[in-house]
Ligand binder design. Structure first.
Ligand code: IPM
Ligand code: MG
Length: 359
């Protein structure tokens, strides 16, 4: 069997550092063929567009895609006609049909002190945000016309139904004693939310072992910090999912810890990326936290390449580095010593090789 083909898209800011670190880690757990391409601001500088047709094609042909981050002040603009780095990411999601975005939130026991919430509040938190990724306000018609602008939010029953099935199946597979899907919407105001709620409720009837409840998005934002342990799987539309997943990330102590998988049709490659951004303020300093990218690489091995043992080895390696007390600056409390990207990577690689030597 030939090695899995992985496209690396480092992107901007800290992207090249964390993707480089992940490549080193992947080389320690298996054999892969890597090809690297530009996306985001790096691609704008070189080709005038955040995503070229060639790069999209290369991603479609790969077995999986690992992305760093896109964006930065260099390309920030409010000019509707200027290219933006984020268009690269959105173009990949749409072009590869990646409608399901999975963002698992599992605070590491070693990091309870890094969370801004009290340990007793985050105790027992283990949730999965399932975000719809190719519909809603992100992809509706939008325009600027003189002193007016609009962004339309649109959803079809088919779009809601397929993301609902991803959420209910994930809740079943997570195997918790009380599998539950919490569907988040704004059904007291928005028509798309009323269609969302109706459709989710209908699909729920096919999944007997999974409980369903509905929550308005403002209340969900509050419950996430007041009582995060009440959530199992959260399913929500594109924009609400964007906001709630950043909020959920802080339960783990740092946005630098949260991985994600973006999946489409089973026959198509998935895209895996950390939830955090390109952190231009610390780019190039060697201090970026690579752990969310490592955990994204683990999701890639599990969901994209069927390499579950290797995925578990990486996750255990991350836990072990944290238990040993290694902290990048974003994870450290004032009195803690910090390490850079390279030392953290070496520690995880060391722990992973120990793990595989044991098995
Ligand atoms: C994310 C990011 C993107 C989004 C941006 C970079 C377009 O915030 O993946 O959550 O809004 O989806
Ligand atoms: Mg976001």
């Amino acid at each position: 069997m030939s090695s899995p083909q992985i496209v690396l898209l480092p992107g901007d800011g800290i992207g090249p550092e964390i993707v480089g670190a992940a490549k080193r880690l992947l080389e320690a757990v298996g054999e892969f063929e890597f090809t690297e391409h530009q996306v985001g601001g790096a691609s704008i500088d070189e080709h005038g567009a955040a995503l070229t047709d060639d790069v999209l094609e290369a991603c479609r042909r790969a077995d999986a895609v690992l992305l760093g981050a896109v964006g930065g002040p260099k390309w920030d603009t409010t000019d509707p006609n200027a290219p933006r780095p984020e268009q690269g990411l959105l173009g990949l999601r749409k072009g590869m049909g990646l409608y399901a975005n999975l963002r698992p939130v599992r605070p590491s026991p070693a990091l309870v002190d890094a969370s801004p919430l009290r340990p007793e509040v985050i105790a027992g938190t283990d949730l999965l945000v399932v975000r719809e990724l190719t519909g809603g306000i992100y992809f509706g018609a939008s325009a600027r016309d003189g002193d007016r602008a609009h962004d339309d939010c649109e959803y079809t029953v088919a779009e809601i139904e397929r993301i609902a099935r991803v959420a209910f199946e994930a809740a079943g597979q997570r195997g918790g004693a009380s599998a539950r899907v919490t569907s988040v919407d704004k059904a007291n105001v928005l028509e798309t939310s009323r269609l969302w709620r109706e459709t989710i409720t209908r699909v729920a009837a096919d999944y007997e072992g999974v409980e369903l409840d509905h929550m308005l998005v403002d209340n969900a934002a509050m419950q996430l910090v007041a009582n995060p342990g009440r959530f199992d799987v959260i399913v929500t539309e594109n924009m609400f999912g964007d906001i709630l997943s950043d909020e959920s990330a802080m339960l783990t102590g740092s946005l630098g810890m949260l991985p994600s998988a973006s999946l489409g049709a089973e026959s198509e490659p998935g895209l895996f990326e950390p939830v955090h951004g390109s952190a231009p303020d610390i780019a190039g300093q060697g201090v970026a936290n690579p752990l969310a990218t490592f955990l994204s690489a683990a999701m890639m091995l599990r969901h994209g390449l069927g390499m579950d043992a290797e995925a578990r080895a990486i996750e255990a390696g991350v836990d072990s580095a944290l238990e040993r007390g290694l902290r990048t600056p974003d994870l450290a409390t004032a009195d803690q010593e910090t390490v850079g990207t390279e030392d953290m990577t070496d520690a995880v690689i060391g722990a992973v090789s120990l793990e595989s030597a044991k098995s």
